[in-house]
Design a protein around this ligand. Structure first.
Ligand SMILES: Cc1cc2nc3c(=O)[nH]c(=O)nc-3n(C[C@H](O)[C@H](O)[C@H](O)COP(=O)(O)OP(=O)(O)OC[C@H]3O[C@@H](n4cnc5c(N)ncnc54)[C@H](O)[C@@H]3O)c2cc1C
Length: 477
C-alpha cells in the first residue's frame, strides 16, 4: 500500500507525488492539520479556512479515483512523525510519497519523518513540484546560487528554451480498497472553522476547487494576458490573474500556469507578445524567491538578506503602526490598499509595494512588522514571496530597490489610479472628491474639517529625507 501525504499541494491534476504513488500501487491519502503550528507561522484565518474548504473539495475529487483521504489533526508539526509512523504501521504502508517543501520547519519536519520511517523500512520519497526547476538546480558558473533576479531569470529562460517542464498525466481510477479507515480519522467539523458571517462572505470572494482555479487561469490567459504588461500596475483594472491563493496551496500547479502561456502555440516556448513575457517573468519572480529561501534559510528567521541593515535604527511607534494596519494613515492610496487587505485577504501587487515602502521608509518602521501583518491577513501568504517582497521594498533584500529610490505614494496614486477609482472603492469617505484632490485631500485644504478622514500621519518630504539619512548612516549598503 502506498501513502500520498498532501501538504501545500491540494489538487489531483499534475501532482508529482500523487502520480508516483499511484504508479507504485494502491494508494491511500493523508493530510495533517496543525492548528498550533499555523499560529506559530502567523497564517491568516482567511488562508486557513480557504485551505480547509479546498481540502473538502480534494476529498471529493479523490473519491472519484477511489483514493480514500485520511485527515488527522495534530497540534504541532513535531507531532507528525509519530502520528504518521503509527498510521503507516497500522495500514502496512510500503512507501510515503510527498512533494518537497522548502521552509526551515518544513525540512526539519520531513527530516524527522525520514529518520523514523527509515527505521521501519518505510521510505519517504520526496519530489520537486512547487517550482519549475528543482530548488538548488539553478546555479551560476561558480556553482553558487544567484542573488540577482536578472541573472537567475536568464538561466531559467535558457532551460525553458531547451524544454518546458512537463505536466504529469491524469491519474487513473484505482480499484476500490476494502479497508475501514474511520478509526484513523480525526473528525473535522469544517463549519466550526468558519467563525462568523464576515468570514463566510469573505470566502465567497475566493471559491475553491481545481476546476475553479483552472477556469480562472483560462479566463486570464484568454482575456488579460495580451495586455498584462500594460495593465497589470493599475489596481482598479483587475488585470492580473488573482491566482496567488490557488498557487500558494497548490490548487493549481506552476507547470499548468507555464503551459497555459504557450497554449496557443502548441506548447512551444515561443514568446509572441510582451504580455506573455511579463507574466512569465512574474512566475519567475515567484521561482526566484523560492530558490532564495532554500539557499538562504536565515531570511525566514527574521534576518535581513543584507546583514548590515541590521544596524538600521527603526522607529518604534505603536500609533503609526496601528494607523498603517487599519488603513488610517491619511494617505489615500495606502489606506485603500490596507483596507483592501482587511476586507478581501488580498492586495494588488503595485499597492503592496506602495504600502510596504511607506511603512519601511516614510514611517521608518521595521519591515518585519509589516511582513508579519501581511502574513496574518493574506489569503495568499507565502513565506518566500512575502519575505522577498518586503525585503525588496525595505532595501534589505537580494536585489532590492536602492534605498534612495523611495516611491512617493501620492505620485504613485496619481500615476496608477489616475481617476481615483481604486481609492473611491476602498476609502468611501473620499468618494465625492474630484480626481485632483482625491490623491492628497488636504494639500490645498489644510483646514478642511468636513472630511471624515485623518490628516497624513507623516510629512512625505521630510520622512523621505529621514529614511535616506538612516540608510546612509549604516556601513556600505
Ligand atoms: C510586500 C509584498 C508582499 C508580498 N507577499 C506575497 C505573498 O505572501 N504571497 C504571494 O503569492 N505573493 C506575494 N507578493 C507578490 C505579489 O504581490 C503577488 O503574488 C500578486 O499580487 C498576486 O496577484 P496575482 O495572482 O494576480 O498575480 P499575477 O500578476 O497574475 O502573477 C502571477 C503569479 O506570479 C507570482 N508572482 C507575481 N508577482 C510576484 C512577485 N513580485 N513575487 C513573487 N511572486 C510573484 C504569484 O504566484 C502570482 O499569482 C508580495 C509582494 C510584495 C511587494
Amino acid at each position: 500500500m502506498q501513502l500520498i501525504w498532501f501538504r501545500q499541494d491540494l489538487r489531483i491534476a499534475d501532482h508529482t507525488a500523487l502520480w508516483h504513488a499511484t504508479q507504485a500501487g494502491p494508494t491511500i491519502a493523508v493530510v495533517f492539520i496543525s492548528p498550533e503550528q499555523s499560529i506559530l507561522h502567523h497564517d491568516a484565518p482567511v488562508k486557513n479556512i480557504f485551505y480547509l474548504r479546498q481540502l473538502e473539495s480534494l476529498k471529493t475529487q479523490l473519491e472519484t479515483l477511489n483514493i480514500p483521504l485520511i485527515i488527522q489533526e495534530v497540534a504541532l508539526w513535531k507531532d507528525i512523525p509519530h502520528a504518521l509512523n503509527q498510521l503507516c504501521l497500522a495500514l502496512k504502508i510500503q512507501c510515503i510519497h510527498a512533494n518537497v517543501e522548502i521552509g526551515v520547519n518544513e525540512l526539519q519536519r520531513d527530516f524527522q519523518v525520514q529518520k523514523i520511517s527509515e527505521k521501519n523500512h518505510i521510505p519517504l520519497e520526496l519530489y520537486h513540484d512547487r517550482t519549475l526547476f528543482p530548488v538548488g538546480s539553478i546555479l551560476n558558473k561558480s556553482n553558487l546560487p544567484y542573488q540577482v533576479f536578472g541573472a537567475f531569470k536568464k538561466q531559467c529562460y535558457e532551460h525553458l528554451s531547451i524544454s518546458l517542464p512537463q505536466c504529469y498525466p491524469a491519474i487513473q481510477t484505482q480499484q476500490i480498497l476494502n479497508i475501514d479507515l474511520s478509526s484513523y480519522q480525526t473528525v473535522i467539523h469544517f463549519e466550526q472553522h468558519y467563525p462568523d458571517d464576515a468570514m463566510t462572505s469573505l470566502q465567497q470572494l475566493w471559491p475553491v476547487s481545481e476546476q475553479y482555479a483552472f477556469n480562472l487561469l483560462d479566463r486570464f490567459i484568454h482575456n488579460d494576458l495580451a495586455h498584462y504588461n500594460t495593465q497589470r500596475d493599475f489596481p482598479n483594472l483587475n488585470a492580473t490573474s488573482q491566482l496567488s491563493p490557488y498557487l500558494n496551496i497548490g490548487v493549481i500547479s506552476i507547470r499548468q500556469c507555464l503551459h497555459a502561456i504557450f497554449s496557443t502555440q502548441q506548447g512551444h516556448f515561443h514568446i509572441d507578445n510582451s504580455g506573455q513575457q511579463t507574466w512569465l517573468d512574474e512566475l519567475l519572480w515567484r521561482e526566484f524567491y523560492q530558490h532564495i529561501l532554500f539557499h538562504f534559510p536565515e531570511i525566514s528567521k527574521d534576518q535581513p538578506f543584507k546583514s548590515n541593515t541590521n544596524q538600521l535604527q527603526w522607529r518604534q511607534s505603536e500609533e503609526d503602526l496601528m494607523a498603517w494596519q487599519q488603513g488610517q494613515t491619511g494617505i489615500p492610496i495606502v489606506d485603500a490598499g490596507m483596507r483592501q487587505l482587511l476586507h478581501t485577504g488580498w492586495m494588488h501587487n503595485r499597492v503592496r509595494m506602495i504600502v510596504a515602502m511607506f511603512l519601511s521608509k516614510n514611517l521608518l518602521i521595521d519591515w518585519r512588522l509589516g511582513e508579519a501583518w501581511f502574513m496574518q491577513h493574506l489569503i495568499d501568504g507565502d513565506l518566500a514571496a512575502n519575505n522577498g517582497g518586503w525585503q525588496w521594498c525595505a532595501s534589505t533584500g537580494t536585489d532590492a530597490v536602492p534605498y534612495f529610490r523611495i516611491f512617493n505614494p501620492v505620485s504613485q496614486s496619481q500615476k496608477f489610479d489616475a481617476n481615483g477609482d481604486y481609492i473611491r472603492k476602498w476609502v468611501p469617505e473620499l468618494a465625492h472628491l474630484d480626481v485632483k484632490r482625491i490623491h492628497d485631500p488636504f494639500i490645498n485644504h489644510p483646514n478642511d474639517s468636513s472630511l471624515h478622514y485623518p490628516k497624513p500621519i507623516v510629512d512625505l518630504k521630510h520622512s523621505r529625507i529621514r529614511a535616506i539619512q538612516a540608510f546612509k548612516s549604516i556601513s556600505s549598503i
